[in-house]
Design a protein around this ligand. Structure first.
Ligand SMILES: *Cc1c(COP(=O)(O)O)cnc(C)c1O
Length: 348
């Protein structure tokens, strides 16, 4: 049987990167391709962006950096958000990764294990997730700056809400901690880029916007996901569909069973709330989403469909995410590895 097809448009990713680089003004745009490029394949996305001119990449873990280095070859910089963790030394050295040191412990580890190896610094400006606190930074900054960090960065907690007072508070803290350092700085991810030039500093770090997600409302769609129909049946009024008899037909209906479910990242929370599409025509999910399958009401279609789309022009990642009570980031990174993946565009 032909499987479910996930198509990833590399040209759209490149166009989104260019648009966000343009929105970054005179500031250089890097590219965040952690979590396997938000589930879309770092080994394909990375080289496509490098070809388009991206020179600095960001990943979450050194293991991701190692895979990306093999795909990119020598040259582009690869920064690691989790910094220099215990056990990372060989990978950082072998793959020329740049750890963003997060704590006095990481600073000590890096200096002992890899003296002279490039590093950057991550500061906490209020998110309380990663990075050195202001007091720690005050103690260490003179010595660290003397060692020549490549970059000082911090991350915004509320950048997708333009009016949130946290944005200005974090900006003020970042300036206070870094204005006199003379080192290249980065504060903005996708949301921060859209907050305007005050947030841009020397480098921006877009992630989700590259992959077509909010808060970059002007993004080109990147993913298309088609699910084949395994079987279609007629059900009479008052018959039920799926586990727990969760849906009951109110009238005679035609139900299609599709070949994807929550094991493919089409999460169970979509039950009763999400839709799939036959072209532009929506078809509601009926019954519970199960591990490998889901039911769809196709009574209103004039032809029996062979495939139905769940990510397409009519329904992007954020619309589907909304229906499932989550965000586009989680939909993308959950997609799983059972799809037949193909890439389109000049980078493919
Ligand atoms: C994930 C992440 C980014 C990218 O954020 P988006 O909202 O996807 O653009 C940038 N910086 C850090 C530290 C991150 O964790």
């Amino acid at each position: 049987m032909a499987g479910s097809k996930l198509t990833i448009d590399l040209d759209a990713i490149v166009a989104n990167w260019r648009a966000l680089a343009h929105a970054s003004g005179h500031t250089e745009a890097g590219a965040v391709i952690k979590a396997d490029a938000y589930g879309l394949g770092a080994s394909r996305v990375g080289p496509a962006l490098a070809k388009a001119g991206a020179r600095r990449f960001f990943v979450a873990l050194s293991e991701e950096g190692a895979i990306l280095r093999r795909a990119l070859g020598q040259g582009p910089e690869i920064y690691v958000f989790s910094g220099h963790m215990a056990g990372d030394t060989a990978s950082i050295a072998d793959h020329a990764l740049i750890p963003l040191l997060n704590s006095p412990e990481q600073v000590a580890r890096h200096r002992t294990a890899l003296p002279g190896h490039p590093f950057g610094i991550q500061l906490d400006t209020g998110m309380n997730r990663l990075g050195m606190e202001e007091a720690e930074w005050r103690t260490l900054s003179a010595d660290l700056i003397a060692d020549g960090p490549r970059l000082i960065m911090s991350h915004l907690a509320c950048a997708d809400e333009a009016d949130h007072p946290m944005n200005a508070a974090q900006l003020a803290a970042f300036r206070r901690m870094t204005d006199d350092t003379g080192v290249a700085r980065s504060l903005a991810a996708t949301g921060g880029i859209l907050l305007g030039p005050d947030y841009h500093f020397d480098m921006t770090r877009p992630g989700i916007g590259l992959y077509g997600g909010l808060p970059f409302a002007g993004a080109q769609p990147v993913v298309h996901l088609s699910l084949p129909v395994i079987q279609i049946r007629d059900v009479a009024a008052d018959e039920t569909v799926g586990y727990g008899n969760a849906w009951t037909a109110s009238e005679p209906s035609r139900i299609a069973t599709l070949a994807a479910g929550y094991a493919d990242g089409l999460i169970r929370a979509m039950t009763g709330r999400a839709r799939v599409f036959a072209g532009d025509t929506p078809c509601p999910l009926v019954g519970r989403v199960s591990m490998d399958m889901m039911g769809v009401d196709v009574t209103h279609l004039d032809r029996a469909p062979e495939v139905l789309d769940i990510l397409c022009r009519a329904q992007g990642v954020d619309t589907l995410a909304d229906a499932a009570g989550t965000i586009g980031y989680e939909i993308l990174t959950s997609l799983g590895n059972r799809y037949e993946r193909s890439y389109t565009g000049t980078g493919a």
